[in-house]
Ligand binder design. Sequence first.
Ligand code: 5RP
Length: 225
Amino acid sequence: MTEDESALKRTAGESAAELVTDGMAIGLGTGSTAAQAIRALGERVDNGLSVRGIPTSFQSRELAREHGIPLTSLDETTPDLAIDGADQVSGATLVKGGGAAHAREKVVDTAAERLVIVVDPSKTAETLDHPVPVEVLPDARSTVATQVRDLGGDSVLRDAERKDGPVVTDNGNLVLDCDFGKISDSGALAADLSRLPGVVEHGLFVDCTDEIHIGTADGVRVERP
Ligand SMILES: O=C(CO)[C@H](O)[C@H](O)COP(=O)(O)O
């Protein structure tokens, strides 16, 4: 990541962290942009803000602990606000899962009263065309790949970096990155993917975003789709 990209992500993350008020429970997203929000929230906690975080991954849990954010869970409370990143945004619909955390992210993000997405401008698109990550039970990777082909997609098993073999999610599953080209009906595709036996969760988040904070060189741009 260049210094410029990192600065844009910081701008978006800091802006979202400013929305947090005393006593809130916050869904803590995963990825490099959500991490900027978690760091900014940690600074506010250092300065006396009282919040509890609900992590969406091993990464966000560790980062929150490192930055002194007390943790809770969905068993204890409902998030007032969730702050998360995205791989691509079109209106209120997202593709997520670049960090293979989309299953837990979807549970936390959709449980929140308000979902704020933090991105740099490269993530916005007229029409979604980013490959959709699909978390699958290990035994289902071939059958799901075949059914994804029947839906018009090309799937690739996501390989790990710095480990031989595939990415294994925090839930012990595998990820198929499924390229459908331009996605004209995200609702229909989301429903089709959810129906496939062995699919744990897919990265299409349909119509669930309240605000998008886009970090730009001139400051943050907020969109409310
Ligand atoms: O969905 C995600 C993780 O599963 C991330 O939020 C998404 O990949 C964006 O990450 P980054 O902010 O690093 O570009």
